[in-house]
Ligand binder design. Structure first.
Ligand code: PLP
Length: 486
């Protein structure tokens, strides 16, 4: 069957990971329908092999840096299931945490303190104390007030804190508004004046060890230019700090934001505005991005006679989506169907071959309780029939989840064309057919919630040797009430 697949491989297939076997989807060689019959639906499925592939791809970008060491810190917010963290660690990444809880998980799974950085806009004194006690690589301070607070806690603990300052670089990217994090209008980071103020005040401090500066452009940044601009900005600030205070920074942190290609089959998105298509189809090779970025920075360093400031300078990245998004699949089952008179929509543009007379609705067991971004950002997740993966996907359906909200749908109910109105699947899809949503590994599992009394589902990891490991057991009705007091 694999040979047939190679001859006519669908655009979503990845050899050894997402394949067709006997007309059904196989994930890492394991039959998707068997997984659902063993672990129930809906079900998250992750691939250890794909995680390793993604981490290695990011680490390879070190070769672009011409001798500068690269530290790849996986952004745990994207997915912090403990087995996922273990897989990421074993693949060779370090870790970026964004709360005391993520810091706790990182230490618990065995990341060494020097592998951990700690971000966040609203950290508590307890969280600072945990980070200082552990002796992590850097607490990334978000304001002058936070640096003062770190100093206070370090004094109380009588232990120095490693600190890096988050800069707001005022760089706009082509991602969605909610995912922009580097503009003055966003809530993150310090102005360059505030960064300099911190270096003047704390530059020689024994308690606050200022080691680097940091920025994050935003998630799903679709092109390389803003990364180069950001790297240059960081370097200029590093140089000014050196010129003004004589302090040499140990690292520059370029944040995360490498995109994942969600479009997979462009035909499905043809009715969307060009900028949405561009965003979802984005695909950047990290090594190419860093090659372009370091060229700009080396040029600037040469011109200003400051090449020596690059010596032994560590470059940090904080990728989340590009590590885990395409390593995850969500399996969901059709629970209900209905037929409605055809709406006047973009159907013909999206799928001229469709012959449907009515809107055929498919009601799944996965709504925005599991796919929050689909609702928040109208995020596109490509889907196929896992039950009939090899068949032509040319029949248009309207899809919706199980929640009691009219907005729990797989299209843009506001009519602003941010998602396709219809999804293309084989003919006669009906109850109990299993669908697979691709690229759901990031910001989906991590954001699920038990709305409408729906217990959170199980998750499995397909190990590199093909073994299926349960990495999250499904909640039960009892789990739903275990924290309530009555
Ligand atoms: N670093 C910071 C500070 C972030 O806020 C985020 C995500 O929002 C990331 C890293 C990870 O971004 P991505 O998953 O797009 O790589």
């Amino acid at each position: 069957m694999s040979q047939d697949l190679n001859a006519n491989r669908p655009p979503w297939a990845i050899p050894g990971f997402l394949e067709i076997k006997n007309n059904r989807l196989a994930i890492g060689g394991v039959d998707a329908l068997e997984l659902v019959s063993t672990y129930q639906s809906p079900l998250y499925v992750f691939s250890e092999q794909r995680i390793r592939h993604n981490v290695e791809r990011l680490k390879r970008a070190e070769t672009a840096l011409g001798g500068l060491p690269l530290k790849v810190c996986y952004a745990a917010k994207a997915n912090s299931n403990m087995a996922i963290l273990r897989a990421v660690k074993e693949a060779g990444a370090d870790i970026e945490t964004n709360s005391g809880g993520e810091l706790f998980k990182a230490l618990k799974i065995g990341f060494r303190p020097e592998q951990i950085i700690f971000n966040g806009t609203s950290k508590t004194e307890d969280e600072h104390a945990d980070a200082i006690r552990a002796g992590i690589y850097a607490i990334q301070a978000d304001s002058v007030f936070e640096v003062e607070q770190i100093e206070k806690v370090a004094l109380r603990l009588n232990k120095p804190a490693n600190v890096s300052l988050r800069l707001v670089p005022e760089i706009e990217t082509d991602t969605m508004h909610g995912l922009q994090t580097a503009m003055l209008t966003s809530k993150f980071g310090m102005l360059s004046d505030e960064v300099f103020e911190c270096f003047r005040r704390f530059g020689k401090s024994e308690l606050v060890r200022l080691r680097g500066i940091h920025l994050h452009l935003g998630s799903q940044t679709p092109d390389a230019a803003p990364f180069a601009e950001a790297f240059l900005k960081l370097f200029k600030v590093l140089k000014e700090i050196y010129d003004e205070t004589g302090i040499r920074l140990e690292h520059l942190n370029l944040g995360g934001g490498f995109p994942t290609n969600y479009a997979l089959d462009a035909a499905n998105l043809s009715g969307l505005p060009a900028e949405r298509q561009y965003l979802f189809a984005a695909d950047l090779e990290p090594a190419e991005v860093l090659t372009a970025a370091i060229r700009v920075v080396k040029g600037a360093a040469e011109r200003s006679d400051a090449l020596h400031l690059l010596e032994n300078l560590a470059i940090l990245l904080e990728p989340g989506r590009s590590v885990i998004a395409d390593a995850g699949v969500l399996l969901t089952t059709i629970r209900n169907v209905k037929s409605r008179p055809l709406m006047q929509t973009e159907l013909e543009i999206q799928n001229p071959k469709s012959k449907i007379q009515n809107d055929e609705w498919l009601l799944t067991d996965a709504g925005y309780n599991l796919l929050l971004s689909m609702n928040n950002y109208k995020w596109y997740y490509h889907l196929i029939s896992a039950s009939r993966a090899a068949e032509k996907h040319e029949t248009a359906y309207k899809l919706a989840g199980p929640l009691c909200d009219g907005g729990d749908v797989y299209f843009d109910i506001e009519g602003t064309r941010r998602l396709p109105d219809y999804r293309l699947l084989p003919e006669n899809v009906g109850p109990s057919e299993v669908l697979a949503l691709f690229n759901i590994g990031a910001y989906s599992y991590a954001q699920m919630f038990p709305y409408n009394g729906r217990p959170l589902p199980a998750a499995v990891l397909i190990r590199e040797n093909g073994a299926v490991e349960l990495i999250r057991k499904a909640d039960t009705y009892e789990t739903l009430i275990e924290s309530d007091i009555w």
